[in-house]
Design a protein around this ligand. Sequence first.
Ligand SMILES: [Zn+2]
Length: 483
Amino acid sequence: MSIACFPEIYPDELVYSVLARFYVRTGYLTYIFCAEELLVNKRVRPDIEFINDLKPEIVHLLCQNISIEQLIEKHTMFPYYARFLSKERRNRAFDALCNMSGDYNNLLGIPKQKNGEQRYLRYCPLCAEYDRSVYGESYWHRKHQLMGVKICPRHNCRLINSSVLICGKVCPDLVSAEQEIKEQNNIVYGNRIEQQLAEYIDNVFMSDVDMENGVEIGKFLYSRMSGTKYVSVRGKQRNIKLFTDDFITYYKDLSEQGLTELWQIQKVLTSYRINTFEVCQLAMFLKISVEDIVSMSLFEKTQEQTFDEKVKRMHNKGIGYNKIARELGVSSRTVRLVGKQNVRAKKNYTVKCGVKPKNWEQIDKETLPLVKEAIKQLQGTKDERPHKVTEYAVCRLLELPDKRLKLLPQCKGEVLKYQESQEQYWAKEIVWAVHKIQKEGEVLNWKKIRVLTNMRKRNLIASLPYLEKIAEPELLELVKSVL
Ligand SMILES: [Zn+2]
């Protein structure tokens, strides 16, 4: 047994990848010896996107710090294929995966590749460089295997095919990323819409899956069309032709990826097509936030109300009635009518008593010291990497619901004190990176800064005015000298 050298799983790493790294570490002469140690049935081909029936001791090693459920959710492609399935199928597939019983393939309904194209494990050359600097080796990331997404959501550059086929009839084997990833000098970036969509899909993919959500995705998307010009004011008619035309124009630079036809769009809106790429494409076009698409809660209100709300919201932002009318594709008379109701409602507004409210003032006071502590932690030190201080980051650290600070004015105020621009934040990251490189006794150059901070040169240049304020003069000169 070579179990002593079983590697720890990296963030976003595929289970396949950690098994492949194990194979390399053990130094087995042939694959089959390694398979014997890992798999219940050594002749089965290792599953690249999901998980095989593994020996209990291997499951134990993989689940030292996480549960099997977390392993499936955070280290297999499960969320990509299952998020928008019906609740029942999603849960059955999840159980099948947790039990490693193998029939998840049918349940997940993985879409076929167009024109019989082969799919290969892919990688991002810049992530690989980053991983090598941080972990000393590269590995296979889940987020580079999102079917339909052709660029790295983090670096926006084209993903590169390895020689490892994801499906198809090939000999069983475990191939580590290190064996496959070569130095890349030719980095090609995706265009703007590709970047936006990749980032959106990645954010959806990385969010927790709500296993209990029973809302059909088509219904949800459709509910979000109300109040737009694609559905008549009273919600009776929809103009799917206009929707499709606008949609296609919006994604014209996406080069024939995802949805391209009216009938396909209709199938998503009726929940027959549920793949994450297409759903996200529609959701981003409809300006649905990632949070909303992930939680998919249906309005329990009528369509009329949601139209009214939209008008109110826009008007409260100071947008004129005529402009609102143009944007929503209705007459300005209709908009004015709704607007007047809004003004009247505001005047009559009184505080209603109902459910006994929580004592938020008290909670606010008690949470404040924790928030201060969290901010300190996020700011980092010379030796610890700084993080941007945001409401979201503080809530994550304190394990509070994302929007909790809205109810806690003192805490929120504290976070706002530390709000900084991206450039200010970059300046802090540079100071940290330079210290780290120097501490490790290495020669400072641009590439090392880039790998550590993930920054582009223009980012560094943009942050120079702030760097001047916070860095010692020698450090500043040093940074300027590598530009
Ligand atoms: Zn990348």
